[in-house]
Design a binder for this molecule. Sequence first.
Ligand code: GCU
Length: 412
Amino acid sequence: MADKDWKPNYDESRVPEYTLPEALALADGTRVTAAGTWLDRRRPQLMALFQEHVYGRMHGPVPGMRIEWMSAHHDVLGGLALRKELCVRFGEGADAPSMLVLVYLPAAARRPVPGFLTLNFRGNHSICADPGITLTRSWLPRDPDHGIVDHRATEAARGSRVDRWPVERILRRGFMLATVYYGDLDPDFDDGFRNGVHPLFDAPDAPRPPDAWGAIGAWAWGLSRALDCLEKDADVDASRLAVMGHSRLGKTALWAGACDPRFAAVISNNSGCGGAALSRRCYGETVGRITRSFPHWFCPRFREYAERESELPVDQHELIALMAPRPVYVASAAEDRWADPRGEFLSALHADPVYRLLGTEGLPTRDWPPVDHPVHGRIGYHVRTGGHDVKPYDWDQYMTFLEKHGLGPAAG
Ligand code: GCU
C-alpha cells in the first residue's frame, strides 16, 4: 500500500492478536531459570538476533581515535557550572569524521560527578544559550525559525531547544550532563551511507549485507565513544552514567545501552516504534511505515518484517530486558499515539520476568499507570500529560529514579 493511503491504527480494538517471543526461552525452547543462563546464553542469543534483524552489527572502537582538543571554563552559567568541550577525531586525516562533546558539571559538586550522556537533535549550542558553546559545523536540517539557515547553524540558533534541556535544573540537583550532536556521527538522511562515520567501516559502494548497521547503530556507537572519552575525565563518574535519549534518539539510547554494558542506566523518552514500543501491536507507527520513511535507520533485513511483524524473532520487550539488571526507564506521553504509549508500557512489563530472575524488583505494577503517576522499580515507567516532547517533568522523574538507584550525586 502506498504511504499516502496508509493510516495508522489508533483503535485499541483493532490491535491484532499476537504472541510475544519469550524473553526467558532459549533458542532450543528450554526455559531460562538461572541468572547465569540468562547472562551467558540467552542474552547473547538476543543480542545476536537484534543485530541480525533490527539494528545491524555493532562495531568496536576505531584505531586512531583521539581527543584533538579540549577546553574547560569555570564559572559559566552565572557560576553554576564548569563547561568542557572535547573535539574527538575518528582517525588520522584532517577529513576524518569528528564529534564535539559538550560537558556541563555542577561547579559545587563533589567529584567525580554522575549524570547523563545524551545525543541532541540540533547541535550542542541548541541546548543552552551559553555563548561559549562551539557552534556545530556539521550538516543540520534547515530550520530558519531556529537559526539554521542553509543547513548551517548561526548565532541565532543558540539556545533554540532550551525547552527540552533544563540544564540549570539538572546541575542544581547535582548531576552532570554531556551531549553530542547526532549529526556529527551520521547526518540524518539517506545518502547511501557515504557520510558520518559509515565510511570508516564500510566502502560506500559495497553491497550492504542484510545485517549492515544503519544510522541508529552509528549514533549508538558514538555514544560509546563519548563514554570512552568521559572515562578518562577525573571529574566525571563514568561508572554511574545514564544514557538518555528522546524519540529516534530514545531508540538509539536503548540500543546503546544494550550494546554497551558500561552504561549504568538507560532512559528512553517517547522512543516508540523501533524503540520501546512492541512491534507486534502495529499501533501508530509500524515496522513497514518506519522502514519506508527512514530506510537508513535500521539494518536492511528489518524491512522484511513490514506487515509481517509476527515473524520477527524478537520484540522490543526483549530490548528492554537486555538492560537487566541495570535500571531502565521507559517514558511515554499521553498524546503521543504515534509512539504507542501503551505498547511502550507493555514492553517494560514484559521485560519484568528477566529483571526478577536477576533478583531485582522489576516493574512494580501490572497495570498501565494513570498519567503523571510514575512507577519506579528497577524498571521505571511514566506516561506524562501532553505530546511528543521532553519536559522538565520527564527530567525530574529521571533524576529521582537515578537517585533511588544510587546513581545520583548524594550517593557518590
Ligand atoms: C518520526 C518517526 C519516529 C521518531 C520521531 C523522532 O516521527 O516516525 O519513529 O521517533 O520522528 O525522532 O522525532
